[in-house]
Design a protein around this ligand. Structure first.
Ligand code: FAD
Length: 291
Protein backbone atom coordinates (compact mmCIF):
# COMPACT_ATOMS: atom_id res chain seq x y z
CA UNK A 1 0.00 0.00 0.00
CA UNK A 2 1.19 3.47 -0.81
CA UNK A 3 1.34 5.61 2.31
CA UNK A 4 -0.62 8.36 0.59
CA UNK A 5 -3.63 6.03 0.91
CA UNK A 6 -3.05 5.70 4.66
CA UNK A 7 -2.83 9.46 5.08
CA UNK A 8 -6.27 9.89 3.51
CA UNK A 9 -7.93 8.01 6.40
CA UNK A 10 -9.08 9.55 9.66
CA UNK A 11 -7.93 6.64 11.81
CA UNK A 12 -5.39 7.43 14.51
CA UNK A 13 -2.33 5.23 14.10
CA UNK A 14 1.27 4.61 15.02
CA UNK A 15 4.13 3.64 12.72
CA UNK A 16 7.49 2.32 13.90
CA UNK A 17 11.06 2.71 12.70
CA UNK A 18 13.70 0.00 12.66
CA UNK A 19 17.28 -0.04 11.47
CA UNK A 20 19.33 -2.76 9.77
CA UNK A 21 22.03 -4.69 11.66
CA UNK A 22 25.50 -3.21 12.13
CA UNK A 23 27.16 -6.55 11.40
CA UNK A 24 26.24 -9.73 9.52
CA UNK A 25 26.19 -11.70 12.77
CA UNK A 26 23.54 -9.38 14.21
CA UNK A 27 21.20 -9.97 11.27
CA UNK A 28 19.11 -12.73 12.89
CA UNK A 29 18.51 -10.82 16.12
CA UNK A 30 17.59 -7.64 14.24
CA UNK A 31 15.28 -9.58 11.94
CA UNK A 32 13.58 -11.11 14.98
CA UNK A 33 13.16 -7.69 16.64
CA UNK A 34 11.68 -6.20 13.48
CA UNK A 35 9.27 -9.12 13.20
CA UNK A 36 8.16 -8.66 16.81
CA UNK A 37 7.42 -5.03 16.00
CA UNK A 38 5.59 -6.03 12.79
CA UNK A 39 3.33 -8.33 14.82
CA UNK A 40 1.98 -5.22 16.55
CA UNK A 41 0.45 -4.33 13.16
CA UNK A 42 1.54 -0.71 12.96
CA UNK A 43 0.21 1.45 10.12
CA UNK A 44 3.64 1.11 8.49
CA UNK A 45 7.26 0.43 9.35
CA UNK A 46 10.21 2.38 8.06
CA UNK A 47 13.62 0.77 7.64
CA UNK A 48 16.57 3.15 7.77
CA UNK A 49 19.49 3.12 5.38
CA UNK A 50 22.83 3.10 7.10
CA UNK A 51 21.63 5.41 9.91
CA UNK A 52 22.45 4.70 13.57
CA UNK A 53 25.38 2.52 12.51
CA UNK A 54 23.23 0.02 10.62
CA UNK A 55 24.51 -1.27 7.30
CA UNK A 56 22.55 -0.24 4.25
CA UNK A 57 22.62 -3.52 2.40
CA UNK A 58 20.01 -5.14 4.64
CA UNK A 59 17.45 -2.35 4.34
CA UNK A 60 15.64 -3.93 1.41
CA UNK A 61 15.76 -7.42 2.83
CA UNK A 62 14.19 -6.33 6.11
CA UNK A 63 11.57 -4.17 4.37
CA UNK A 64 10.63 -7.01 2.03
CA UNK A 65 10.39 -9.51 4.88
CA UNK A 66 8.08 -7.31 6.97
CA UNK A 67 5.84 -6.63 4.00
CA UNK A 68 5.55 -10.18 2.72
CA UNK A 69 5.31 -12.05 6.05
CA UNK A 70 3.29 -9.58 8.11
CA UNK A 71 1.46 -7.55 5.47
CA UNK A 72 2.66 -4.35 7.14
CA UNK A 73 3.29 -1.54 4.62
CA UNK A 74 6.97 -0.58 4.56
CA UNK A 75 8.93 2.55 3.84
CA UNK A 76 12.49 1.85 2.68
CA UNK A 77 14.96 4.67 3.29
CA UNK A 78 17.60 5.56 0.70
CA UNK A 79 20.42 8.07 1.04
CA UNK A 80 22.49 9.54 -1.77
CA UNK A 81 25.23 11.82 -0.50
CA UNK A 82 28.63 11.05 -2.04
CA UNK A 83 27.14 8.04 -3.90
CA UNK A 84 27.71 7.53 -7.58
CA UNK A 85 24.80 7.75 -10.04
CA UNK A 86 25.36 4.14 -10.92
CA UNK A 87 24.96 2.97 -7.31
CA UNK A 88 21.84 5.03 -6.71
CA UNK A 89 20.17 4.02 -9.97
CA UNK A 90 20.87 0.36 -9.29
CA UNK A 91 19.36 0.71 -5.78
CA UNK A 92 16.25 2.24 -7.32
CA UNK A 93 16.01 -0.71 -9.74
CA UNK A 94 16.46 -3.17 -6.84
CA UNK A 95 13.65 -1.46 -4.95
CA UNK A 96 11.37 -1.63 -7.96
CA UNK A 97 12.14 -5.32 -8.45
CA UNK A 98 11.46 -6.00 -4.74
CA UNK A 99 7.98 -4.47 -5.01
CA UNK A 100 8.80 -1.58 -2.68
CA UNK A 101 6.06 1.06 -2.92
CA UNK A 102 7.30 3.71 -0.49
CA UNK A 103 10.75 5.29 -0.42
CA UNK A 104 12.14 7.87 1.99
CA UNK A 105 14.49 9.97 -0.14
CA UNK A 106 17.31 11.39 1.99
CA UNK A 107 20.60 13.10 1.52
CA UNK A 108 22.30 11.33 4.45
CA UNK A 109 24.49 12.86 7.12
CA UNK A 110 27.79 14.46 6.26
CA UNK A 111 30.46 12.61 8.19
CA UNK A 112 33.47 14.70 9.29
CA UNK A 113 35.36 13.13 6.35
CA UNK A 114 32.67 14.12 3.86
CA UNK A 115 32.42 17.60 5.31
CA UNK A 116 36.05 18.34 4.51
CA UNK A 117 36.22 16.50 1.20
CA UNK A 118 36.07 18.06 -2.27
CA UNK A 119 32.40 18.10 -3.24
CA UNK A 120 32.83 19.28 -6.80
CA UNK A 121 32.58 15.77 -8.26
CA UNK A 122 29.52 14.72 -6.25
CA UNK A 123 26.40 13.72 -8.18
CA UNK A 124 24.17 14.23 -5.15
CA UNK A 125 24.40 17.27 -2.92
CA UNK A 126 20.86 17.28 -1.54
CA UNK A 127 17.87 14.99 -1.19
CA UNK A 128 16.16 16.84 -4.05
CA UNK A 129 18.81 15.44 -6.47
CA UNK A 130 17.77 11.92 -5.45
CA UNK A 131 14.08 12.76 -5.84
CA UNK A 132 14.73 13.96 -9.39
CA UNK A 133 16.51 10.70 -10.23
CA UNK A 134 13.72 8.57 -8.73
CA UNK A 135 11.17 10.48 -10.80
CA UNK A 136 13.29 10.21 -13.94
CA UNK A 137 13.73 6.46 -13.43
CA UNK A 138 10.00 6.04 -13.99
CA UNK A 139 9.61 4.24 -10.63
CA UNK A 140 6.10 4.67 -9.30
CA UNK A 141 7.11 5.12 -5.65
CA UNK A 142 5.32 7.16 -3.05
CA UNK A 143 8.24 9.38 -2.01
CA UNK A 144 8.74 10.77 1.49
CA UNK A 145 11.25 13.33 2.70
CA UNK A 146 12.66 14.51 6.01
CA UNK A 147 11.85 17.81 7.68
CA UNK A 148 13.10 19.59 10.77
CA UNK A 149 10.77 21.46 13.16
CA UNK A 150 13.87 22.92 14.87
CA UNK A 151 15.62 23.53 11.50
CA UNK A 152 18.31 21.36 9.98
CA UNK A 153 21.63 21.95 11.80
CA UNK A 154 23.31 23.11 8.56
CA UNK A 155 20.61 25.64 7.69
CA UNK A 156 21.25 29.34 8.05
CA UNK A 157 17.76 29.98 9.39
CA UNK A 158 14.23 28.56 9.29
CA UNK A 159 13.20 30.67 6.33
CA UNK A 160 15.97 29.16 4.21
CA UNK A 161 15.22 25.65 5.49
CA UNK A 162 11.52 25.98 4.59
CA UNK A 163 12.36 27.41 1.16
CA UNK A 164 14.42 24.29 0.31
CA UNK A 165 11.77 22.07 1.88
CA UNK A 166 9.15 23.53 -0.44
CA UNK A 167 11.42 22.83 -3.43
CA UNK A 168 11.83 19.23 -2.20
CA UNK A 169 8.08 18.77 -1.94
CA UNK A 170 7.46 20.36 -5.34
CA UNK A 171 10.04 17.96 -6.83
CA UNK A 172 7.87 15.00 -5.79
CA UNK A 173 7.63 14.34 -2.03
CA UNK A 174 4.16 13.15 -1.14
CA UNK A 175 4.68 13.38 2.61
CA UNK A 176 7.29 14.46 5.17
CA UNK A 177 8.44 12.83 8.38
CA UNK A 178 9.89 15.06 11.07
CA UNK A 179 13.08 14.83 13.02
CA UNK A 180 12.45 13.95 16.67
CA UNK A 181 11.38 16.75 19.00
CA UNK A 182 10.57 16.82 22.70
CA UNK A 183 8.35 19.88 22.86
CA UNK A 184 5.17 19.61 20.79
CA UNK A 185 4.81 23.39 20.60
CA UNK A 186 7.84 23.45 18.32
CA UNK A 187 6.01 21.11 15.95
CA UNK A 188 2.80 23.18 16.00
CA UNK A 189 4.79 26.33 15.28
CA UNK A 190 6.60 24.59 12.40
CA UNK A 191 3.32 23.29 10.95
CA UNK A 192 1.91 26.79 10.93
CA UNK A 193 4.96 28.15 9.11
CA UNK A 194 5.19 25.44 6.46
CA UNK A 195 1.46 25.59 5.71
CA UNK A 196 1.83 29.34 5.30
CA UNK A 197 4.70 28.66 2.87
CA UNK A 198 2.40 26.48 0.78
CA UNK A 199 3.70 23.05 1.91
CA UNK A 200 0.47 21.12 2.10
CA UNK A 201 1.53 17.44 2.06
CA UNK A 202 0.85 15.21 5.11
CA UNK A 203 3.36 15.66 7.93
CA UNK A 204 4.21 12.64 10.08
CA UNK A 205 5.65 13.76 13.43
CA UNK A 206 8.51 11.57 14.69
CA UNK A 207 8.64 10.85 18.42
CA UNK A 208 11.67 9.24 20.06
CA UNK A 209 11.06 7.44 23.36
CA UNK A 210 14.22 8.00 25.40
CA UNK A 211 14.48 4.87 27.52
CA UNK A 212 17.98 5.21 28.92
CA UNK A 213 20.07 8.15 30.01
CA UNK A 214 22.91 7.31 27.59
CA UNK A 215 20.57 7.91 24.66
CA UNK A 216 20.04 11.54 25.65
CA UNK A 217 23.39 12.98 24.58
CA UNK A 218 23.46 11.03 21.35
CA UNK A 219 19.89 11.99 20.47
CA UNK A 220 20.56 15.68 21.09
CA UNK A 221 23.84 15.57 19.20
CA UNK A 222 22.22 13.94 16.19
CA UNK A 223 19.08 16.01 16.10
CA UNK A 224 20.00 19.26 17.84
CA UNK A 225 16.63 18.96 19.60
CA UNK A 226 15.65 21.25 22.45
CA UNK A 227 15.23 19.47 25.79
CA UNK A 228 12.38 20.99 27.81
CA UNK A 229 12.98 21.38 31.54
CA UNK A 230 10.24 18.82 32.23
CA UNK A 231 12.23 16.26 30.27
CA UNK A 232 15.58 17.22 31.82
CA UNK A 233 14.12 16.80 35.32
CA UNK A 234 12.93 13.35 34.44
CA UNK A 235 16.40 12.31 33.21
CA UNK A 236 18.06 13.87 36.29
CA UNK A 237 15.73 12.03 38.63
CA UNK A 238 15.51 8.61 36.96
CA UNK A 239 18.55 8.45 34.65
CA UNK A 240 20.59 6.30 37.02
CA UNK A 241 17.84 3.71 37.45
CA UNK A 242 17.38 1.81 34.15
CA UNK A 243 13.88 0.48 34.83
CA UNK A 244 12.57 3.77 36.17
CA UNK A 245 14.13 5.71 33.25
CA UNK A 246 12.57 3.35 30.75
CA UNK A 247 9.14 3.72 32.33
CA UNK A 248 9.46 7.50 32.54
CA UNK A 249 10.73 7.79 28.92
CA UNK A 250 7.85 5.70 27.60
CA UNK A 251 5.37 7.75 29.63
CA UNK A 252 6.84 11.00 28.26
CA UNK A 253 6.62 9.76 24.65
CA UNK A 254 3.07 8.49 25.26
CA UNK A 255 2.09 11.88 26.61
CA UNK A 256 3.58 13.62 23.56
CA UNK A 257 1.65 11.30 21.23
CA UNK A 258 -1.66 11.84 23.03
CA UNK A 259 -1.18 15.59 22.73
CA UNK A 260 -0.38 15.25 19.01
CA UNK A 261 -3.52 13.18 18.42
CA UNK A 262 -5.57 15.66 20.43
CA UNK A 263 -4.31 18.43 18.17
CA UNK A 264 -5.28 16.87 14.86
CA UNK A 265 -2.32 14.60 13.98
CA UNK A 266 -3.48 11.22 12.60
CA UNK A 267 -0.27 9.18 12.35
CA UNK A 268 2.69 9.46 14.69
CA UNK A 269 5.98 7.80 13.77
CA UNK A 270 7.79 6.26 16.74
CA UNK A 271 11.55 5.94 16.58
CA UNK A 272 11.33 2.52 18.17
CA UNK A 273 14.99 1.64 17.49
CA UNK A 274 14.55 -2.16 17.17
CA UNK A 275 12.98 -2.36 20.64
CA UNK A 276 9.75 -4.39 20.43
CA UNK A 277 9.07 -4.03 24.17
CA UNK A 278 9.13 -0.23 23.92
CA UNK A 279 6.92 -0.23 20.81
CA UNK A 280 4.47 -2.61 22.46
CA UNK A 281 4.27 -0.66 25.71
CA UNK A 282 3.53 2.59 23.88
CA UNK A 283 0.87 0.86 21.81
CA UNK A 284 -0.69 -0.64 24.96
CA UNK A 285 -0.71 2.75 26.65
CA UNK A 286 -2.77 4.05 23.73
CA UNK A 287 -5.00 1.01 23.22
CA UNK A 288 -8.30 2.84 23.74
CA UNK A 289 -7.17 5.87 21.77
CA UNK A 290 -5.95 4.06 18.66
CA UNK A 291 -8.65 3.00 16.23
P1 FAD B 1 18.29 17.75 2.49
O1 FAD B 1 16.84 17.84 2.22
O2 FAD B 1 19.21 17.73 1.32
O3 FAD B 1 18.67 18.98 3.45
C1 FAD B 1 19.96 19.07 4.06
C2 FAD B 1 20.35 20.52 4.24
O4 FAD B 1 20.55 21.13 2.95
C3 FAD B 1 19.30 21.37 4.93
O5 FAD B 1 19.98 22.36 5.66
C4 FAD B 1 18.52 22.01 3.76
O6 FAD B 1 17.91 23.24 4.14
C5 FAD B 1 19.64 22.22 2.75
N1 FAD B 1 19.19 22.13 1.36
C6 FAD B 1 18.25 21.30 0.86
N2 FAD B 1 18.14 21.47 -0.46
C7 FAD B 1 19.05 22.42 -0.81
C8 FAD B 1 19.42 23.03 -2.04
N3 FAD B 1 18.81 22.70 -3.18
N4 FAD B 1 20.41 23.97 -2.02
C9 FAD B 1 21.02 24.33 -0.87
N5 FAD B 1 20.69 23.79 0.33
C10 FAD B 1 19.73 22.85 0.36
N6 FAD B 1 20.16 9.35 7.66
C11 FAD B 1 20.64 8.19 7.16
O7 FAD B 1 21.85 8.07 6.91
N7 FAD B 1 19.81 7.11 6.93
C12 FAD B 1 18.47 7.17 7.20
O8 FAD B 1 17.76 6.19 6.99
C13 FAD B 1 17.94 8.39 7.72
N8 FAD B 1 16.61 8.52 7.98
C14 FAD B 1 16.11 9.73 8.41
C15 FAD B 1 14.73 9.88 8.61
C16 FAD B 1 14.20 11.10 9.07
C17 FAD B 1 12.72 11.24 9.27
C18 FAD B 1 15.08 12.19 9.34
C19 FAD B 1 14.52 13.48 9.85
C20 FAD B 1 16.45 12.06 9.15
C21 FAD B 1 16.97 10.84 8.66
N9 FAD B 1 18.34 10.67 8.43
C22 FAD B 1 18.84 9.49 7.93
C23 FAD B 1 19.27 11.79 8.68
C24 FAD B 1 19.42 12.68 7.41
O9 FAD B 1 20.14 11.96 6.43
C25 FAD B 1 20.19 13.92 7.84
O10 FAD B 1 19.40 14.71 8.67
C26 FAD B 1 20.81 14.75 6.72
O11 FAD B 1 21.74 15.64 7.31
C27 FAD B 1 19.84 15.55 5.88
O12 FAD B 1 19.06 14.77 5.08
P2 FAD B 1 17.85 15.43 4.23
O13 FAD B 1 17.34 14.37 3.35
O14 FAD B 1 16.91 16.13 5.12
O15 FAD B 1 18.69 16.49 3.37
Amino acid sequence: MKLTELFKTDTLSLSFEVFPPKTDTAFDSVKKATEEIAKLKPSFMSVTYGAGGGTSRYTLEIAKNIKSRYAVPTLAHLTCVSSTKETVLSKIEEMKAAGIENVMALRGDLTPELETSDRSGWCYHHAIDLIHDIKESGADFCIGGACYPEIHPESFDQKEDIKYLKEKVDAGCSFLTTQMFFDNNLLYNFLYKIREAGILVPIVPGVMPITNANQVDRAIKLSGSFMPQRFKSLVDKFGSSPDAMKQAGIAYATDQIIDLFANGIKNVHVYSMNKPDVAEKIQQNLSDILG
